[in-house]
Structures are given as C-alpha cells and as structure tokens.
Ligand binder design. Structure first.
Ligand SMILES: NC(=O)c1ccc[n+]([C@@H]2O[C@H](COP(=O)([O-])OP(=O)(O)OC[C@H]3O[C@@H](n4cnc5c(N)ncnc54)[C@H](OP(=O)(O)O)[C@@H]3O)[C@@H](O)[C@H]2O)c1
Length: 257
C-alpha cells in the first residue's frame, strides 16, 4: 500500500464495529497499520471481528460501548486509553434506522435514532476531542452520514434528519477544532448491503427493484468500495481536508427522487 495512506502508530476507534460497514472499516484501518479499538454493544460479535483482524496480522481490542449513553462512552474511552493509548482516529459509524411512516413514528423511535446517530456521534466525538486536546495531540474524526442527509425517501424521517444534522455537525466541529489539529470529515454512503437493510435488499419487491433501477450504476455498493475513501480521510493524504463530506453512491445523488 502506498505509504501516503498508511496508519502506523495511530490508535483508532470504530463505533458500531460489530457488523456491516463498521466491521469492514475496522479491518481496513488495521490492515493499514492502525491499532483498532472495536466499539459496540454486542460483545460476541465484536470478538468475531477481532478474531478476523488478528488472523490478518492486525492489533485490536474489544470494548463494549453504547454510544447513546455518555457514561458508557466515557468508561470505554478510559479503558481504550489505558489498554491501547489515546484514540487519535475516530470513525463514528454506529447507527440505527427505523422504517416507519412519519405519521406512525413514536417518540421512542425518534429518540432511538437521534440518540444513536446524532447525539451518540457527538458524544463520542466530543469525548475523544477533549482527550486529544488535553494530551496536545492531533487527530482525525470521520462521521458516517448517508445520502439521506441530502435526498429523501419515504419511511425514514428520523434517520434522514439525523444524517443531515450529522453533516452539519461535521462542519461545525471542523471549524472549531482545526486550531487543535483535529480534522473532522464525513462519508455519505449510498446503499450497501448490511444487516440494516438486508431484509429489503434480499427480498424481491417492486420498491427494491425500482430503487436499484434508479441508481445510475444500477446496483448497490460493496463495503470494499468505501475503503479508498475511508483511507483517504483517515490518513495524512487528506491533511488539508476538514469539514468535507464525500458521497460514495454509484451516482444515486444525481438520480431523480
Ligand atoms: N448500509 C447502508 O446502505 C448505509 C448507507 C448509508 C449510511 N449507513 C450508515 O453506516 C453505519 C453502519 O451501518 P450498517 O449498514 O453497517 O448497519 P449495521 O450492520 O446494522 O451496523 C450498525 C452498527 O451500529 C451499532 N450500534 C447501533 N446502536 C449502537 C449503540 N447505541 N451503541 C453502539 N453501537 C451501536 C451496531 O452494533 P451493536 O448492535 O452491537 O451495538 C452495529 O455494529 C450507520 O451509521 C448507517 O447509518 C449505512
């Protein structure tokens, strides 16, 4: 791998590393030389991801964490700091989606989505940044947004709102933390097959076929098609980028709604 994208000596935390994109991101960062802390609620699933990373020669550790609970984030970050070192590369990936028509969304649905996707990302970012500032260290934060930050679909109103806010939060944090040498960027993926959307994409339906037909590249993405963007934003290759959100979506943003 080109040395421009290497991450040797970096201590990464990937939230939501127990499945899907997070498990993939953690593996890619470890392959590039970072020591990777895996954070999520499901301990057994994190252990599987850790096993895979170790088999590939990477260094990793498992840290149970609920991003919607600030005390859980604090105690995990303390544990990571004492076992691996201060996190200087955060991938704020933990996220949930609840499919529900806007009229039927309950307060509990709303809170679950916003407290994970937006408040959770803010909590982990702020707690990570406070530790970096105290240690006078530079760092990188990558927020995982979505094209639903920009365009809409039916049945995902809290999710779309959370991701739009996450893009704006990315810009705010970038603006305030540049003076601390902390860069904050985001990735806005289109559709990638994971547990979050497995039922929808693996069951034949008119809406599924219509959605795929509407993507200019006529298919959903594979997690490895996010690897290059992740490594760009994680490494010094993007040393003059902060506050940016990169869309990776097979052209979906250019399609009519
Ligand atoms: N797949 C797509 O097409 C797509 C497109 C755009 C954006 N995204 C974004 O990509 C990210 C990953 O999603 P995915 O598709 O990989 O879905 P996924 O397989 O369902 O993964 C979601 C991850 O988030 C973790 N998580 C959920 N709530 C959490 C909490 N309170 N605390 C800590 N971890 C939590 C889950 O782990 P535990 O349950 O073990 O805690 C899981 O590891 C999300 O932010 C999602 O919005 C995905």
């Amino acid at each position: 791998m080109n040395s421009l994208f290497r991450l040797d000596g970096r201590i990464a935390l990937v939230t939501g590393a127990s499945s899907g994109l997070g498990a993939h991101f953690a593996t890619i960062l470890a392959d590039a030389g970072a020591v990777v802390a895996l954070g999520a609620r499901r301990h057994d699933r994190l252990l599987n991801v850790a096993e895979n990373i170790k088999m590939r020669g990477g260094r990793t550790g498992v840290f149970e964490m609920d991003v919607s609970i600030p005390e859980s984030v604090d105690s995990s970050l303390n544990q990571i700091e004492s076992e691996l070192g201060t996190v200087d590369l955060l991938v704020n990936n933990a996220g949930v989606a609840i499919g529900q028509n806007a009229l039927d969304v309950t307060e509990a649905d709303w809170d679950a989505v916003i407290n994970t996707n937006l408040k959770g990302a803010w909590t982990v970012a702020q707690q990570t940044a406070k530790r970096l500032v105290a240690a006078e260290r530079s760092g990188v934060i990558i927020n995982i947004a979505s094209i639903l930050a920009y365009r809409v679909a039916k049945g995902v109103s809290p999710y779309a709102a959370s991701k739009a806010a996450l893009v704006q939060l990315t810009k705010s944090l970038a603006l305030e933390w540049a003076k601390h040498q902390i860069r904050v960027n985001a990735i806005a993926p289109g559709y990638f097959l994971t547990e979050m959307n497995n039922d929808f994409f693996t069951t034949k339906s008119e809406s599924r076929d219509a959605l795929i037909k509407n993507i200019p590249q006529r298919r959903i993405g594979k997690p490895e098609e996010l690897s290059g963007t992740l490594l760009l934003l994680a490494s010094d290759a993007s040393s003059y980028m902060t506050g940016s959100t990169i869309v990776v979506d097979g052209g979906h943003m250019q399609a009519s709604i």
